[in-house]
Write a protein that binds this ligand. Structure first.
Ligand SMILES: *C/C=C(C)/C=C/C=C(C)/C=C/C1=C(C)CCCC1(C)C
Length: 264
């Protein structure tokens, strides 16, 4: 770990704090929001809640680890490494649990026929898990060749996920109610846009840049991507579930009334 200016140290510190708060607030929202959607979509909201709960816990640990990895520089401004390593492995454990759940959320909110839904969920979740497991040896490798090899292998399941989202899921989307279709398309775009960010960050060491600004950019970048990919995406899933609940409610009955009545 490099030396950091006070500004750099605080920027990462505040980004972790913000992300933890966002995960915590999202958890409460998804738990309470469950009753506003028809029962068959509640599973998707439970998964959203689990994702932000798992991520919130890990952010709490990452935050702690960051605080103990630096001490104020003696007599000067800024922060120096304390000797305690910053534990970044929390991220991969977090991804291993949350990334398969994020793919399952999207399938769950579509409420497809059971057979199709189970098969899609299983394939996407396995591919997502493989992507993370295969990326890890490269992430912790010291040399760029090992990093490139595992990074490439890990990209194969990533490509499979993208391909499945645009072929099979695309077809299933056509059978969704009009109001939900645009939202589902947005959720898929948000998923691709935010997920695409992670392999880019993974490639930063190939550019030969290191030092304080890189550390800060990577940590702040991951925070922004995580808030978008977990909280923002969960909100879109909620909107989809709401739109579908509204489309199913009888004439003259509001989505909330219908959901609450159906749920008791
Ligand atoms: C909430 C956390 C999310 C959505 C994390 C997503 C992570 C990825 C999409 C990571 C992908 C990677 C590759 C495609 C290749 C290089 C290694 C990874 C694991 C960074």
């Amino acid at each position: 770990m490099p030396e950091l200016s006070s500004f750099q140290y605080s920027l990462v510190y505040n980004a972790f704090s913000f992300t933890f708060a966002a995960m915590f607030a999202s958890f409460i929202f998804f738990v309470l929001g469950r009753q506003n959607v028809a029962p068959k979509y509640r599973g998707a909201l439970v998964m959203s809640a689990l994702v932000v709960a798992v991520a919130g816990y890990h952010y709490f640990r990452i935050f702690e680890s960051w605080s103990s990895a630096f001490i104020p520089a003696e007599g000067g401004a800024g922060f120096v490494p304390s000797g305690t390593a910053f534990n970044d492995a929390y991220r991969y454990v977090d991804w291993l649990l949350t990334v398969p759940l994020l793919t399952a959320e999207l399938v769950a909110v579509l409420a497809l026929p059971r057979k199709q839904s189970n098969s899609l969920t299983a394939r996407l979740a396995i591919a997502a898990g493989l992507m993370i497991i295969l990326g890890y040896p490269g992430e912790v490798a010291d040399d760029n060749v090992t990093r490139a090899v595992w990074g490439f292998i890990s990209t194969l399941p990533f490509v499979y996920i993208v391909w499945t989202l645009f072929t099979e899921l695309g077809e299933a989307m056509q059978r969704q109610p009009e109001e939900a279709r645009v939202l589902i398309r947005n959720a898929r775009l948000l998923l691709l846009g935010t997920w695409g960010f992670y392999p880019i960050v993974y490639m930063v060491p190939f550019l030969g840049i290191a030092g304080a600004s890189t550390v800060v950019a990577i940590q702040v970048g991951y925070c922004i991507a995580d808030v978008a990919a977990k909280c923002g995406y969960g909100l879109l899933i909620y909107s989809i579930a709401r739109a579908k609940t509204a489309a199913e409610a009888p004439e003259g009955v509001s989505a909330t009334e219908y959901a609450v009545a159906a749920g008791d």
